[in-house]
Design a protein around this ligand. Structure first.
Ligand SMILES: NC(=O)c1ccc[n+]([C@@H]2O[C@H](COP(=O)([O-])OP(=O)(O)OC[C@H]3O[C@@H](n4cnc5c(N)ncnc54)[C@H](OP(=O)(O)O)[C@@H]3O)[C@@H](O)[C@H]2O)c1
Length: 238
């Protein structure tokens, strides 16, 4: 409980924008060492790193990472461990969405969502585990819990991720694995409608600090945050 994140090495996939970026800044405020990865938006990644330094990060790295590319995954993990020696927290946040009914999705749309949201997170975890000390946080989605027309493929990718977390937690104990469920959050993905990404970042950092009484492999829903801060087991989904 109440783990201090100072000097912890935190690797965040997709930290150039949105929720990942907000999480990077929030870990910086905890004096963590933040590894900011980007896919296309290098400029935003460097801006994030500069802001992390200003917010108190004990170190930052900016790395290119395409989670659809095995070499890129292995290189990002190797570069992190080469410089920092370990990974304390891995946040699998990189994600994409294609809002179309399944009959309108191209095979490329389907492949991209499954490979980035699910396969990418699993491969990042696989590569990080030999160096991982504390925790994997997977960014899930409430769309995986019931039907939302046009989001079937996206939801399937997130449902797979949630299932992966359950088993991962069993395999890596005493290390931890959790799912975080944002609601609609104001990022590029939603045309900037919804909760501020800082709210999700707060949940991620609170989880990493051990501030929620969540069983290993369990879920944190952003809706439930106030109650969960009170350590109410009734508010834990699993
Ligand atoms: N926004 C919501 O309402 C919401 C709700 C529930 C769950 N989520 C989840 O939250 C996570 C973050 O999404 P967001 O809303 O913050 O969206 P976002 O602002 O579009 O950010 C997505 C991030 O993923 C990165 N990315 C995209 N393709 C990648 C690839 N092939 N390899 C590595 N990184 C890649 C992007 O990097 P570049 O910009 O550098 O290309 C960007 O940093 C996603 O997993 C999403 O499914 C979002």
């Amino acid at each position: 409980m109440n783990h201090v994140l100072r000097d912890d090495v935190v690797l965040i996939t997709g930290a150039s924008n949105g929720i990942g970026r907000a999480a990077a800044l929030r870990f910086a405020q905890e004096s963590s060492k933040v590894i900011i990865t980007y896919n296309k938006d290098e400029g935003a990644a460097w801006e994030t790193a500069e802001q992390c330094q200003n917010e108190g990060a004990r170190g930052t790295m900016v790395l290119h990472l395409d989670v659809m590319d095995d070499i890129s995954i292995r290189k990002a993990v190797a570069d992190t461990v080469g410089e920092m020696g370990r990974i304390d927290v891995l946040v699998n946040n990189a994600g994409v969405i294609e809002r179309r009914r399944v009959e309108e999705q191209t095979f490329e749309d389907i492949e991209r969502q499954l490979r980035i949201n699910l396969e990418g997170a699993i491969k990042m975890t696989r590569s990080s585990l030999p160096h991982l000390r504390n925790m994997v946080i997977n960014i899930a989605s409430v769309t995986a819990l019931r039907g939302y027309p046009t989001l079937g493929v996206y939801a399937a990718s997130k449902a797979g991720l949630i299932a992966f977390t359950r088993t991962l937690a069993e395999e890596i104990e005493p290390r931890k694995a959790y799912n975080v469920f944002p609601r609609a959050t104001a990022t590029r993905m939603t045309d900037f409608h919804g909760d501020p990404p800082e709210l999700v970042a707060e949940a991620i950092v609170d989880l990493a600090r051990g501030n929620y009484l969540v069983p290993n492999g369990g879920d944190v829903k952003v809706d439930d945050l106030p109650a969960m801060r009170g350590y109410s087991m009734a508010d834990v989904m699993r």
